[in-house]
Design a protein around this ligand. Structure first.
Ligand code: FPP
Length: 234
């Protein structure tokens, strides 16, 4: 049996899924709507997928919400994304907290406005002891930056090895990444979970993020259970 993968009645079950949520802009453009509406509908997809992840018993769901490169977007779009995140926490935290979801942030989120940092930290504190699905939201996240930070911390403690670096990554307390999904037809990792994806399965779908549903997630997990993972062996 492959290491680090739970077997349920002989099948491989994904424990940790990550998603590059792409295509909000194209979804809006196709409908002649402002990009902001695409992002709003993207948040609705986040809501559906977090509920789905809980119901499917995933241990961790990691979502790429804001990359270190996203600062290059126009100021009004950045501010739309920030206020959507704020509103999402304010409107959904109670439901997720009651359902046992633990909120975690990966990335250097302290670069955001103090108001958002405070809100995010309050949400993390409120859910810190929950033992259901961990929702890890990547904010101001870049994988190369994460690896550099982890390597610096590992070096300060002793010899650098893959294990000592992995222990310092932002995702150190999450199960190994099983499946990485990217929506909207783009086939690249865009500086997301480069280290963690070493043995992950990849799924690239043409579905635009605002159209992504819990059923898409369920189908992706079913496809995962039928894949044979070799970890370099045979
Ligand atoms: C990519 O679409 C999407 C983003 C850069 C942001 C993702 C953010 C959300 C779904 C909302 C906030 C998240 C949470 C967790 C509440 P794009 O704008 O790059 O689309 P395009 O490539 O079609 O232009």
């Amino acid at each position: 049996m492959a290491k680090d993968v739970k077997a349920g009645e002989g099948e491989l079950r994904a424990r940790h899924v990550a998603i590059i949520m792409d295509g909000n802009g194209r979804w809006a453009k196709k409908r002649l709507l402002p990009r902001a509406v695409g992002h709003q509908r993207g948040v609705e997809a986040v809501r559906r997928v977090v509920r789905g992840a809980r119901e499917l018993g995933l241990e961790a769901l990691t979502l790429y919400a804001f990359s270190t490169e996203n600062w290059r977007r126009p100021e009004d779009e950045i501010s739309d994304l920030m206020s959507l995140m704020k509103r999402f926490i304010l409107s959904d935290l109670d439901e997720f907290a009651a359902a046992g979801v633990r909120l975690k942030i990966i990335g250097d989120y302290k670069a955001f406005k103090p108001e958002l940092v405070e809100l995010v930290e309050g949400a993390m504190a409120k859910t810190a002891h929950n033992t259901g699905t961990t929702l890890a939201v990547a904010l101001n996240y870049g994988s190369q930056d994460e690896i550099a930070r982890a390597a610096t911390r590992a070096a300060a403690k002793g010899p650098i090895t893959p294990e000592t670096i992995a222990a310092e990554l932002d995702t150190a307390d999450l199960p190994p990444l099983d499946l990485l999904i990217r929506t909207s037809g783009e086939v690249r990792l865009s500086n997301f979970l480069l280290w963690q994806a070493a043995y992950a399965e990849m799924l690239f779908t043409d579905v635009l993020w605002p159209d992504f549903t819990a059923d898409h997630l369920r189908d992706a997990l079913s496809a995962f259970t039928t894949r044979e993972r070799r970890y370099g062996g045979r």
